[in-house]
Write a new protein. Structure first.
Length: 376
């Protein structure tokens, strides 16, 4: 089975040799890969006509394509992942996981993997997508449940009452985490979906009290053969590796998150735009980048489309009508600067665009990804 974040060193050595051979034979794709990745060509230290690569140069290209700066870094990463995989296979538990522990994630994508990795603490999914729809400083459960039902209820086959009950239960379990657990671990990555749920949770802890020990496991990258979108892509040993670099969350960070949340939920959209533009730094490492992407999705200028809608229009302008599923994959894997959308979130955006006369569905389908979309 192909696991894009489980790399094999011997395979990468072979790929480097093949890449060097292809470059020496003047194959266009190989030349392009060197131009895009090799530092001497990227930073114009050397011209292509004078560039005579060796195997080490091809290894640098392979390393950078996989998300490592050097071949040594790639080799060390693979060795560490292999070692951790062996630990997962040999040991049923993570030795340094604290007792009385709750793992919180903004989705169910790692629930099985975190168990396979050997973590034995409880798991809580808190997946209300605050980056879309109405949000308030105080958590308005009924309001959020109505938005989620109107937007996604038909596709997920859930009634309003079921969605409301689920949100209430999740929120109550989260609020009880302070008294029910000595340790709470937040597993979040760098995109707007994760970051706005994260600042909400930290704001709640700031307002209503912190757990005895609060930790975060977070990253914006991971070496692999496909674009890193989130923790759900990683094998068990990948979660073990990130666990080694977990960080404590401080009261100062929770207070800062509360300020972020207050600005984000202001009834005037201009307030958050100005807040983000004036934000010179953050103790939350990925919030500023996610916030800059978020204001592109919520423009305040007249006649400016949200970025996802603009990317969709551009894709359709450059091609014949395409399926909704194709458009989603193109955006997530190639066009989106900071992928954050779930598939149903994107489908809801397409429905809004259709309602606003930007696009049309030229061929409906029972399964929404097969719906053929064209410019109106």
């Amino acid at each position: 089975m192909n696991i894009p974040y489980r790399l094999n060193l011997e395979q990468q050595k072979k790929r480097a040799k093949e890449l060097l051979k292809d470059f020496q034979q003047q194959q266009a794709e190989a030349i392009s890969r060197f131009e895009q990745q090799h530092p001497k060509l990227v930073y114009k230290e050397q011209s292509l006509i004078d560039f005579t690569p060796k195997l080490a140069d091809a290894q640098v290209v392979i390393s950078r394509e996989l998300g490592c700066k050097t071949w040594s870094q790639l080799r060390n990463h693979i060795a560490l992942m292999d070692s951790l995989r062996g630990q997962v296979d040999r040991a049923a538990t993570v030795a340094d996981e604290p007792a009385c522990c709750l793992h919180i994630r903004c989705g169910s994508d790692i629930e099985r993997t975190i168990s396979e990795a050997g973590f034995k603490g409880d798991f809580l999914e808190f997946s209300d997508p605050f980056c879309v729809g109405p949000v308030d400083y105080d958590y308005q459960v009924e309001k959020r449940a109505l938005f989620l039902y109107d937007s996604y209820g038909k596709e997920i086959e859930r009634e309003y009452s079921v969605i409301l009950a689920g949100l209430n239960d999740t929120y109550q379990r989260f609020r009880n985490s302070v008294s029910d657990y000595d340790n709470v671990v937040l597993w979040f990555e760098h995109d707007a979906y994760d970051q706005f749920i994260l600042i909400f949770l930290l704001s709640q802890y700031h307002r209503f009290g912190l757990p005895k020990h609060l930790w975060i496991v977070t990253t914006n990258e991971f070496p692999g053969s496909v674009r890193f979108l989130g923790l759900g892509q990683l094998p068990p040993e990948g979660l073990r590796l990130l666990w080694q670099i977990r960080q404590p969350v401080t009261a100062v960070q929770c207070a800062e998150a509360d300020q972020h949340w207050a600005a984000f939920t202001d009834s005037k959209r201009e307030v958050f735009h100005q807040y983000v533009q004036n934000l010179t730094g953050s103790t939350l490492p990925y919030f500023k980048t996610a916030a800059l992407r978020q204001i592109q999705e919520q423009p305040i200028q007249k006649n400016q489309l949200p970025l996802t809608q603009q990317i969709t229009v551009d894709l359709l302008s450059d091609s014949a009508p395409q399926s909704a599923g194709f458009l989603f994959n193109e955006i997530m894997n190639k066009k989106e600067p900071l992928p954050f959308l779930g598939d149903l979130m994107y489908w809801h955006i397409l429905l809004q665009m259709k309602e606003n006369g930007l696009i049309q569905f030229v061929e409906d389908a029972d399964h929404w990804p097969n719906t053929v979309v064209a410019l109106a």
